[in-house]
Design a protein around this ligand. Structure first.
Ligand code: GLC
Length: 504
């Protein structure tokens, strides 16, 4: 009986802080767009819920009102009260549209905020999303079998389900999954420097919305403790976070919960990333016709005002510019690389001031050889990856990493550090065995990066070998379809865990 039940199509609600194309800061938004779509292709009913930020225009997306005046309980200086929210719905019309997406509206916390992150009251904003979603689901016609929350922002969900909503006839049936896209962020404080008095062991009652004690709650810890099952975005990261080095002080807890923890490699959307018909790419190509790429290289050089030189080795960065990504490894070696090798550099991304300053300074000093666009852009990655020879991904840690996957699909070769999902997706080049899809280094230090860089440069000189390498990289399958099947199996296991927990 149970077997039959778990094999029917599932109703899955993804809840998170960002989802493309509505609100995108990083890789999370891409996954929130393409994984639900891939699951829908398998016959499941997958939907998404995010807040409606100021930047999301209800008219442009033709959002319809599905719940007006949703009362979400809160407690503030004045005592018990409510926050009033609405829920609006985006309904897909074309194949390439996102799946059905719910938007939680609240004037004060979302509609007046231009950015996704970075407010002092973020914990209230995320708890409101979690509570708002649960309050909405209690009485909505559509009821999910599974809720998948993304990262610390949704860690409150499973906690609420286990406590305040545990007797709800609707919600007690819902399986809760925490998807970890990044362990580093755990709340509004630096988890590495929490004072003993402020330490959240995860067992106390969750404070009400707008209660100042909310700031001290470690929402990621709570999500890990209370979810029925946990998934991370690559198998290797799922192993790494059990160690002190990568566990961000939650490794012990994760080791306790390892029986319900799985890692599934992210995919990329093969319709969005297709060198044969990419609307942003001037000259289409495939693995057997790589000559057209040379024309894209020229386009790239012209567009970024680099010297037009078909033999130059172009290395690009397409990334958020944060400490996680490891670009500070370039600080001591960049001038040597520029001086000794005929290379060009393209930097595309936005982030921390010191990294942006470093690249901006390089651009000034090496005009014609270094070019930057230090702002997030949805189109330029396509143009860069279709023309660059290599991409640099020297991450300190990398739960999955999407750039290396997108790069390989576009015939750009990763120079990348063997960590997290990179270890699961890039194979180090070995010319003798004729294997490999990139240049991989292990130790997080500038010399190791430099050696990988020089290996890539040297091998680029042999056109034939480089093309073989590109061909192998392009032949790898990083489409969502196989990962979506793994998610289905994982969800079926999660339901079994949930049923077991309910019987306890
Ligand atoms: C986060 C991680 C990144 C991952 C992305 C999508 O941004 O840092 O490694 O690819 O989420 O899961």
């Amino acid at each position: 009986m149970k077997f039959f039940r778990t094999k029917k199509p599932l109703k899955i609600l993804f809840i998170g802080s960002e989802a493309a194309p509505f609100a995108k800061v990083g890789g999370l938004a891409s996954v929130m767009y393409s994984l639900p779509k891939a699951l829908s292709r398998l016959g499941h009913d997958a939907r998404v819920m995010i807040p409606r930020y100021l930047s999301i225009d209800p008219t442009q997306y033709e959002l319809s009102m599905v719940r007006e005046h949703l009362k979400v309980p809160t407690k503030n200086e004045k005592g018990e009260s409510h926050l009033i929210c609405n829920v609006k719905l985006f309904t897909p019309k074309k194949d390439e549209d996102p799946v059905c997406t719910y938007f939680l509206e609240n004037q004060e916390y979302y509609e007046q905020r231009a950015n996704v992150y970075g407010y002092m009251d973020d914990p209230v904003r995320w708890l409101l999303l979690c509570r708002g979603a649960l309050e909405f689901l209690q009485t909505s016609d559509w009821k999910p079998d599974i809720i998948v929350g993304a990262d610390w922002q949704t860690g409150y969900i499973s906690n609420l389900l286990r406590t305040e909503y545990k007797n709800s006839t609707v919600l007690s049936k819902v399986t809760s999954v925490l998807a970890i896209h990044n362990m580093y962020h755990q709340g509004m404080f630096d988890h590495k420097f929490v004072q003993e008095m402020d330490y959240d062991d995860g067992h106390s009652m969750l404070p009400a919305l707008e209660d100042p004690r909310l700031n001290k709650i470690n929402a990621l810890r709570r999500g890990i403790m209370h979810s029925d099952a946990i998934v991370t975005v690559s198998p290797n990261y799922a192993k790494e976070i059990l160690t002190k080095e990568y566990g961000e002080m939650l490794d012990e807890l994760l080791r306790e919960r390892r029986a319900v923890l799985t890692g599934i490699l992210n995919g990329i959307d093969y319709d969005l990333w297709n060198p044969e018909n990419d609307p942003y790419v001037a000259h289409h190509f495939d693995k057997n016709n790589l000559e057209a790429r040379t024309k894209n290289k020229k386009e790239l050089q012209e567009r970024f005002r680099l010297n037009v030189d078909k033999d130059a080795f172009i290395v690009s960065i397409v990334s958020r510019l944060t400490r996680q990504k490891g670009f500070d490894l370039l600080y001591p070696i960049m001038d040597t690389l520029m001086r000794e090798l005929p290379i060009q550099f393209v930097v595309l991304g936005e982030g921390e001031g010191d990294l942006m300053g470093f690249f901006h300074d390089l651009e000034t000093r090496y005009a014609g050889r270094v070019a930057t666009h230090l702002k997030y852009d949805p189109v330029l990655p396509h143009i860069v990856l279709a023309g660059t020879d290599a991409v640099l991904v020297p991450s300190r840690f990398e739960p999955c990493g999407l750039t290396q996957l997108e790069a390989m699909r576009m015939g750009a070769i990763p120079i990348a550090r063997k960590t997290g999902g990179i270890a699961d997706s890039v194979i180090d080049y070995n010319p003798n065995k004729e294997i490999g899809t990139g240049f991989v280094f292990e130790n997080f230090d500038s010399s190791s990066l430099m050696i990988a860089f020089i290996r890539a440069f040297e091998n680029h000189r042999s056109k034939k070998q480089w093309q073989e390498l590109q061909k192998r990289a392009m032949e790898e399958d990083f489409s969502w379809d196989s990962s979506a099947k793994k998610y289905t199996e994982f969800f079926e296991r999660a339901i079994v865990f949930h049923n077991r927990n309910q019987q306890k």
